[in-house]
Design a protein. Structure first.
Ligand code: CO
Ligand code: ZN
Length: 333
Protein backbone atom coordinates (compact mmCIF):
# COMPACT_ATOMS: atom_id res chain seq x y z
CA UNK A 1 0.00 0.00 0.00
CA UNK A 2 2.87 2.39 0.75
CA UNK A 3 4.21 1.59 -2.72
CA UNK A 4 0.93 2.67 -4.34
CA UNK A 5 0.92 5.86 -2.25
CA UNK A 6 4.45 6.59 -3.43
CA UNK A 7 3.45 6.06 -7.07
CA UNK A 8 0.37 8.26 -6.67
CA UNK A 9 2.24 11.11 -4.95
CA UNK A 10 5.16 11.04 -7.37
CA UNK A 11 2.78 11.39 -10.32
CA UNK A 12 1.96 14.91 -11.55
CA UNK A 13 -1.61 16.10 -11.93
CA UNK A 14 -2.30 19.79 -11.39
CA UNK A 15 -5.96 20.84 -11.68
CA UNK A 16 -7.31 20.25 -15.18
CA UNK A 17 -4.39 17.92 -16.06
CA UNK A 18 -5.16 14.85 -13.97
CA UNK A 19 -4.69 12.35 -16.83
CA UNK A 20 -1.62 10.55 -15.48
CA UNK A 21 -3.18 10.11 -12.04
CA UNK A 22 -6.42 8.90 -13.60
CA UNK A 23 -4.54 6.25 -15.60
CA UNK A 24 -3.04 4.79 -12.43
CA UNK A 25 -6.35 4.84 -10.55
CA UNK A 26 -8.15 3.26 -13.49
CA UNK A 27 -5.72 0.37 -13.68
CA UNK A 28 -6.15 -0.25 -9.93
CA UNK A 29 -9.96 -0.15 -9.83
CA UNK A 30 -11.01 -1.67 -13.16
CA UNK A 31 -11.10 -5.25 -11.82
CA UNK A 32 -12.94 -4.19 -8.64
CA UNK A 33 -15.81 -2.29 -10.25
CA UNK A 34 -19.09 -3.01 -12.01
CA UNK A 35 -18.83 0.08 -14.20
CA UNK A 36 -16.10 2.62 -14.97
CA UNK A 37 -16.50 5.82 -16.97
CA UNK A 38 -15.00 9.27 -17.40
CA UNK A 39 -17.22 12.35 -17.63
CA UNK A 40 -16.71 15.58 -19.57
CA UNK A 41 -14.57 17.21 -16.86
CA UNK A 42 -12.35 14.16 -16.51
CA UNK A 43 -13.86 12.73 -13.33
CA UNK A 44 -13.37 8.98 -13.11
CA UNK A 45 -16.66 7.44 -11.96
CA UNK A 46 -16.39 3.91 -10.55
CA UNK A 47 -19.58 2.12 -9.65
CA UNK A 48 -19.96 -0.83 -7.30
CA UNK A 49 -23.48 -2.19 -7.17
CA UNK A 50 -25.17 -3.28 -3.92
CA UNK A 51 -24.67 -6.89 -2.89
CA UNK A 52 -28.44 -7.32 -2.84
CA UNK A 53 -30.46 -4.63 -4.56
CA UNK A 54 -33.58 -3.48 -2.74
CA UNK A 55 -36.22 -1.00 -3.86
CA UNK A 56 -34.95 1.52 -1.32
CA UNK A 57 -31.27 1.16 -2.20
CA UNK A 58 -29.49 4.46 -1.63
CA UNK A 59 -26.86 5.87 -3.92
CA UNK A 60 -23.71 6.95 -2.10
CA UNK A 61 -21.13 9.12 -3.83
CA UNK A 62 -17.62 8.94 -2.39
CA UNK A 63 -15.38 11.69 -3.79
CA UNK A 64 -11.59 11.86 -3.71
CA UNK A 65 -9.92 14.59 -5.73
CA UNK A 66 -7.02 13.62 -7.97
CA UNK A 67 -5.64 17.07 -8.67
CA UNK A 68 -2.87 18.97 -6.91
CA UNK A 69 -1.79 22.60 -6.73
CA UNK A 70 0.66 23.87 -9.37
CA UNK A 71 1.70 26.68 -11.67
CA UNK A 72 0.84 27.89 -15.18
CA UNK A 73 3.34 29.86 -17.28
CA UNK A 74 2.07 33.39 -17.89
CA UNK A 75 5.19 35.11 -19.29
CA UNK A 76 8.70 34.28 -20.52
CA UNK A 77 11.01 37.32 -20.49
CA UNK A 78 13.78 38.19 -22.98
CA UNK A 79 16.33 36.27 -20.87
CA UNK A 80 14.19 33.14 -20.54
CA UNK A 81 12.96 33.69 -16.97
CA UNK A 82 9.44 32.43 -16.42
CA UNK A 83 6.64 34.16 -14.53
CA UNK A 84 3.65 32.10 -13.50
CA UNK A 85 0.18 32.19 -12.09
CA UNK A 86 -0.68 29.81 -9.25
CA UNK A 87 -3.09 26.90 -9.75
CA UNK A 88 -4.89 26.60 -6.41
CA UNK A 89 -3.51 27.62 -3.03
CA UNK A 90 0.20 28.19 -3.67
CA UNK A 91 1.80 29.74 -0.58
CA UNK A 92 4.87 31.91 -1.16
CA UNK A 93 6.49 30.62 2.04
CA UNK A 94 6.74 27.16 0.49
CA UNK A 95 7.83 27.94 -3.09
CA UNK A 96 11.13 29.76 -2.60
CA UNK A 97 14.14 27.48 -3.00
CA UNK A 98 11.97 24.70 -4.40
CA UNK A 99 11.76 23.03 -7.77
CA UNK A 100 9.06 22.71 -10.38
CA UNK A 101 8.46 19.99 -12.92
CA UNK A 102 6.44 20.78 -16.02
CA UNK A 103 4.22 18.18 -17.64
CA UNK A 104 6.62 17.94 -20.61
CA UNK A 105 9.36 16.85 -18.19
CA UNK A 106 11.19 20.19 -17.98
CA UNK A 107 12.53 20.95 -14.53
CA UNK A 108 13.03 24.40 -13.11
CA UNK A 109 14.14 26.06 -9.92
CA UNK A 110 12.34 28.84 -8.14
CA UNK A 111 14.17 32.16 -7.85
CA UNK A 112 13.07 35.65 -6.90
CA UNK A 113 13.73 39.34 -7.59
CA UNK A 114 16.06 41.32 -5.35
CA UNK A 115 14.45 42.07 -2.00
CA UNK A 116 14.96 45.19 0.12
CA UNK A 117 15.45 43.19 3.31
CA UNK A 118 17.28 39.88 3.57
CA UNK A 119 14.55 38.14 5.60
CA UNK A 120 11.65 39.38 3.47
CA UNK A 121 9.35 36.80 1.83
CA UNK A 122 8.77 37.65 -1.84
CA UNK A 123 5.20 37.93 -3.12
CA UNK A 124 4.42 35.54 -5.99
CA UNK A 125 4.75 38.32 -8.60
CA UNK A 126 8.41 38.67 -7.53
CA UNK A 127 9.03 34.95 -7.93
CA UNK A 128 10.18 33.35 -11.19
CA UNK A 129 11.15 29.91 -12.51
CA UNK A 130 14.55 29.33 -14.12
CA UNK A 131 14.59 26.37 -16.51
CA UNK A 132 18.03 27.14 -17.85
CA UNK A 133 16.76 28.98 -20.93
CA UNK A 134 18.34 32.23 -22.19
CA UNK A 135 15.44 33.52 -24.32
CA UNK A 136 11.79 32.76 -25.08
CA UNK A 137 13.07 31.07 -28.25
CA UNK A 138 15.16 28.41 -26.51
CA UNK A 139 12.76 28.02 -23.56
CA UNK A 140 11.44 24.43 -23.33
CA UNK A 141 8.17 25.76 -21.89
CA UNK A 142 5.75 28.26 -23.37
CA UNK A 143 2.79 30.32 -22.21
CA UNK A 144 0.09 28.08 -20.76
CA UNK A 145 2.39 25.18 -19.90
CA UNK A 146 1.60 23.55 -16.58
CA UNK A 147 3.89 22.47 -13.77
CA UNK A 148 3.77 21.26 -10.19
CA UNK A 149 6.15 21.29 -7.25
CA UNK A 150 8.73 18.55 -7.41
CA UNK A 151 9.74 16.54 -4.35
CA UNK A 152 10.30 12.85 -3.70
CA UNK A 153 8.19 10.74 -1.40
CA UNK A 154 9.85 9.75 1.86
CA UNK A 155 8.95 7.10 4.37
CA UNK A 156 9.85 8.12 7.92
CA UNK A 157 8.30 4.96 9.37
CA UNK A 158 4.99 5.89 10.94
CA UNK A 159 5.05 9.26 9.23
CA UNK A 160 4.91 9.53 5.46
CA UNK A 161 5.91 12.68 3.58
CA UNK A 162 5.23 13.71 -0.03
CA UNK A 163 4.02 16.43 -2.31
CA UNK A 164 0.31 16.06 -3.21
CA UNK A 165 -0.45 13.93 -0.16
CA UNK A 166 -3.41 16.32 -0.57
CA UNK A 167 -5.15 14.39 -1.94
CA UNK A 168 -3.47 11.25 -3.26
CA UNK A 169 -3.91 9.85 0.23
CA UNK A 170 -7.68 10.25 -0.25
CA UNK A 171 -7.38 8.59 -3.65
CA UNK A 172 -5.51 5.69 -2.01
CA UNK A 173 -8.19 5.36 0.69
CA UNK A 174 -10.91 5.16 -1.97
CA UNK A 175 -9.02 2.50 -3.95
CA UNK A 176 -8.20 0.41 -0.88
CA UNK A 177 -11.76 0.63 0.45
CA UNK A 178 -13.06 -0.60 -2.89
CA UNK A 179 -10.60 -3.50 -2.58
CA UNK A 180 -11.56 -4.28 1.03
CA UNK A 181 -15.33 -3.96 0.68
CA UNK A 182 -16.82 -7.40 0.17
CA UNK A 183 -20.47 -6.43 0.52
CA UNK A 184 -22.56 -3.28 0.80
CA UNK A 185 -26.25 -2.40 0.98
CA UNK A 186 -25.57 0.74 -1.08
CA UNK A 187 -25.18 1.55 -4.75
CA UNK A 188 -21.69 3.03 -4.55
CA UNK A 189 -20.14 5.61 -6.84
CA UNK A 190 -16.48 6.20 -6.09
CA UNK A 191 -15.69 9.39 -7.97
CA UNK A 192 -12.07 10.42 -8.49
CA UNK A 193 -12.64 14.10 -9.07
CA UNK A 194 -10.81 16.84 -10.96
CA UNK A 195 -10.17 20.52 -10.25
CA UNK A 196 -10.86 20.51 -6.50
CA UNK A 197 -7.98 22.87 -5.75
CA UNK A 198 -9.46 25.59 -7.98
CA UNK A 199 -12.95 25.42 -6.45
CA UNK A 200 -14.42 21.89 -6.30
CA UNK A 201 -15.35 21.99 -9.99
CA UNK A 202 -15.16 18.29 -10.86
CA UNK A 203 -17.21 17.36 -7.79
CA UNK A 204 -19.88 19.85 -8.86
CA UNK A 205 -20.49 18.28 -12.28
CA UNK A 206 -20.04 14.67 -11.18
CA UNK A 207 -22.42 15.08 -8.23
CA UNK A 208 -25.01 16.51 -10.59
CA UNK A 209 -24.52 13.54 -12.93
CA UNK A 210 -24.49 10.81 -10.27
CA UNK A 211 -27.41 12.40 -8.38
CA UNK A 212 -26.57 10.65 -5.05
CA UNK A 213 -28.69 10.27 -1.90
CA UNK A 214 -25.62 10.62 0.32
CA UNK A 215 -22.23 12.26 -0.27
CA UNK A 216 -18.89 11.56 1.40
CA UNK A 217 -15.66 13.38 0.56
CA UNK A 218 -12.24 11.92 1.32
CA UNK A 219 -9.50 14.47 1.84
CA UNK A 220 -6.76 15.68 4.13
CA UNK A 221 -7.36 18.16 6.94
CA UNK A 222 -4.77 20.51 8.45
CA UNK A 223 -3.85 19.44 11.98
CA UNK A 224 -3.45 21.59 15.07
CA UNK A 225 -0.59 19.62 16.59
CA UNK A 226 2.50 21.63 15.62
CA UNK A 227 4.10 24.49 17.61
CA UNK A 228 1.79 27.52 17.81
CA UNK A 229 -0.70 26.05 15.31
CA UNK A 230 -4.33 27.11 15.12
CA UNK A 231 -6.26 25.74 18.09
CA UNK A 232 -7.83 22.68 16.50
CA UNK A 233 -8.23 19.15 17.83
CA UNK A 234 -6.94 17.24 14.83
CA UNK A 235 -3.59 15.51 15.47
CA UNK A 236 -1.48 12.98 13.57
CA UNK A 237 -1.75 9.39 14.79
CA UNK A 238 -5.05 9.73 16.65
CA UNK A 239 -7.24 8.34 13.90
CA UNK A 240 -9.13 9.58 10.85
CA UNK A 241 -11.25 12.69 11.33
CA UNK A 242 -15.03 12.74 11.05
CA UNK A 243 -15.80 16.20 9.78
CA UNK A 244 -18.44 18.20 11.63
CA UNK A 245 -17.74 21.56 10.05
CA UNK A 246 -15.29 23.43 7.83
CA UNK A 247 -15.44 26.76 6.01
CA UNK A 248 -17.44 25.28 3.10
CA UNK A 249 -19.82 22.88 4.79
CA UNK A 250 -21.80 22.00 7.88
CA UNK A 251 -21.84 18.21 7.69
CA UNK A 252 -25.30 16.66 7.97
CA UNK A 253 -25.56 15.56 11.64
CA UNK A 254 -27.14 12.26 10.56
CA UNK A 255 -24.07 11.53 8.40
CA UNK A 256 -21.78 12.45 11.32
CA UNK A 257 -23.70 10.09 13.63
CA UNK A 258 -23.64 7.31 11.02
CA UNK A 259 -19.84 7.58 10.82
CA UNK A 260 -19.39 7.74 14.60
CA UNK A 261 -21.62 4.68 15.08
CA UNK A 262 -19.57 2.71 12.56
CA UNK A 263 -16.30 3.78 14.21
CA UNK A 264 -17.43 2.93 17.74
CA UNK A 265 -19.04 -0.38 16.82
CA UNK A 266 -15.88 -1.50 15.06
CA UNK A 267 -13.52 0.04 17.65
CA UNK A 268 -11.81 2.27 15.10
CA UNK A 269 -10.12 5.37 16.60
CA UNK A 270 -11.49 8.65 15.22
CA UNK A 271 -11.32 12.39 15.85
CA UNK A 272 -14.09 14.97 15.76
CA UNK A 273 -13.17 17.60 13.20
CA UNK A 274 -13.96 21.30 13.24
CA UNK A 275 -11.68 22.87 10.64
CA UNK A 276 -11.11 26.63 10.72
CA UNK A 277 -9.59 26.94 7.22
CA UNK A 278 -10.51 25.38 3.87
CA UNK A 279 -13.14 22.99 2.55
CA UNK A 280 -13.61 19.87 0.43
CA UNK A 281 -15.58 18.30 -2.43
CA UNK A 282 -18.33 17.61 0.13
CA UNK A 283 -19.40 21.24 -0.25
CA UNK A 284 -20.17 20.77 -3.96
CA UNK A 285 -21.97 17.47 -3.38
CA UNK A 286 -24.10 18.92 -0.58
CA UNK A 287 -25.20 21.85 -2.75
CA UNK A 288 -25.92 19.95 -5.96
CA UNK A 289 -29.45 19.84 -7.41
CA UNK A 290 -31.97 20.15 -4.51
CA UNK A 291 -29.29 19.30 -1.90
CA UNK A 292 -27.65 16.10 -0.63
CA UNK A 293 -26.87 15.03 2.97
CA UNK A 294 -23.08 15.07 3.03
CA UNK A 295 -20.08 14.50 5.24
CA UNK A 296 -16.36 13.90 5.02
CA UNK A 297 -13.71 11.55 6.35
CA UNK A 298 -10.30 13.17 6.42
CA UNK A 299 -6.73 12.37 7.29
CA UNK A 300 -4.88 14.90 9.44
CA UNK A 301 -1.95 16.45 7.60
CA UNK A 302 0.90 18.79 8.54
CA UNK A 303 2.40 21.38 6.16
CA UNK A 304 -0.54 21.28 3.75
CA UNK A 305 0.18 22.70 0.26
CA UNK A 306 3.92 22.45 0.87
CA UNK A 307 6.07 19.98 -1.13
CA UNK A 308 6.40 17.95 2.10
CA UNK A 309 2.92 17.17 3.36
CA UNK A 310 3.05 14.73 6.28
CA UNK A 311 0.50 12.11 7.35
CA UNK A 312 0.56 9.26 9.86
CA UNK A 313 0.36 5.77 8.35
CA UNK A 314 -1.97 4.43 11.06
CA UNK A 315 -4.45 7.23 10.28
CA UNK A 316 -4.44 6.13 6.64
CA UNK A 317 -5.04 2.48 7.58
CA UNK A 318 -7.79 3.43 10.03
CA UNK A 319 -9.45 5.70 7.46
CA UNK A 320 -9.78 2.71 5.14
CA UNK A 321 -11.22 0.63 7.99
CA UNK A 322 -13.62 3.43 8.89
CA UNK A 323 -14.92 4.03 5.37
CA UNK A 324 -15.30 0.28 4.83
CA UNK A 325 -17.28 0.00 8.09
CA UNK A 326 -19.45 3.04 7.24
CA UNK A 327 -20.35 1.60 3.84
CA UNK A 328 -21.56 -1.58 5.52
CA UNK A 329 -23.60 0.21 8.18
CA UNK A 330 -27.23 1.12 7.51
CA UNK A 331 -28.50 4.67 7.83
CA UNK A 332 -31.94 6.16 8.38
CA UNK A 333 -32.49 9.32 6.38
CO1 CO B 1 -5.68 21.13 -1.11
ZN1 ZN C 1 -7.52 18.43 -0.81
Amino acid sequence: MKKLLQTLTETFGPSGYEDDVRKIVRSEVEALADEVRVDALGNLIVRKRPTRAARETKKVMIAAHMDEIGVIVSHVDENGFIRFSPIGGVFRRYVVGGRVRFLNGTQGIVGFDRLDHINELPTLDKVYIDVGATSPKDSPVKIGDIGAFDRQYSDLGNRLVAKSMDNRVGVLIAIETLRALKSTPYDLYFVFTTQEEVGVRGAATSAYGVDPDIGIALDVTPSGDTPNALRMEMALGKGPCIKIQDVGMIADPRIVQWMIRAAEKNRIPYQREVLLIGGTDAKAIQLTRAGVPAGCISVPVRYVHSPSEMVDYSDVQNAIKLLTAVLRTSIDL
